[in-house]
Design a protein around this ligand. Sequence first.
Ligand SMILES: *Cc1c(COP(=O)(O)O)cnc(C)c1O
Length: 402
Amino acid sequence: MKKTTGIDRSKTAKWRPATRAVRSGTWRSDHGETSEALYLTSGYTYDDAQTVADRFAGEASGMQYSRFQNPTVAMLEARIAAMEGAEACKAQASGMAAMTSALLCMLSSGDHVVAGRAAFGSCRWILNNVLNRFGITHTVVDGRDNAAWEAAVQPNTKAFFFETPANPTMDIVDLEFVCGLAKAKGITTVVDNAFATASLQRPLEFGADVVAYSATKLMDGQGRVLAGAVCGSDQWINEVLSPFQRNTGPVCSPFNAWVVLKGLETLDLRAHKQSENALQVGKFVAERVEKILHPGLPSFDQHNLSMKQMDACGPIFSFVVEGGRSRAFAVLDALELVDISNNIGDAKSLACHPASTTHNNMGPEGRAEMGVEEGMIRINVGLEDPLDVIEDLERAFDKAGV
Ligand SMILES: *Cc1c(COP(=O)(O)O)cnc(C)c1O
């Protein structure tokens, strides 16, 4: 293959973020194709036996098997790493495959994890139902409270694990403080950056060690495929994550990698435009409800911190209607344009009721601790004209009596 524009890290590191999202990782074949090629192959052939022996011995580079490497997946990994400012990236089958791999690859029995209280339901489920079966304990803290992170550290704390902004309460974790605390204590920080992506927030710049993704969300951005990614140092990815991943197999399909590669070309545009739209829609919602959790609004108590860490507020925010679950359902059922969907990051505006969907599996106590109220609605603002989204919400609020 030739014309490997975008694989050379010394070049991509000089590009600005929008350029990296379009160009990084492009690894052209001899045909010189414009668009990244889709290599739907599970295996590879070799001209001679020594070539394959050298590759398996780690003495020569090259593909061996698509559980280990695949050219299309490698392009996605190079692009995400460049966007993130990371030395290396490995793509996974889904966001949850990424989170599970990032934690299980480095934790052992007797280790301890400190996690932010607000989290994607399945991220909490892994702590409670997977890690604990192997003697890995955890403490959940209010991620907004710097002192709580410090107080939760034990001699056996190996990892900090959190989202920021967090799902669905939009809790913001102070990246500089929490990553700095972890560094000082030799703890590995794993940040789930799905709500922001590298277009809006780059946790490594604040000292995070590992950034993990659901690429299903904003990265694909058009609701097509599941995919995930984990970024970190060359050493951590090659020596800690890769051996785990290549032997346990939660790898990204080349087809899904290709779809996400195309999604990344428009990520910067989408992430900024959807943030603008979310701000406009959020200003309307703030006039109609008592409680709105929106990082972009000055009324949000962590607005300054979120704007310090993020280039824009992102497409997602939550609000609470009075009247609990039945009123929230009435609003959702009255929507005509905005779809009821638990997905996020899509170009289509989507709304959901976290307590009965994404955070259903954690029970009422878990939800209360996390701040997921019965009247809470989470919305992902898409690329429609925001005035149409506002009109739809206005109609739904009127009909539901909000
Ligand atoms: C969706 C999501 C996940 C899980 O990703 P999948 O691709 O659905 O497996 C993890 N964390 C956050 C913050 C998410 O929004």
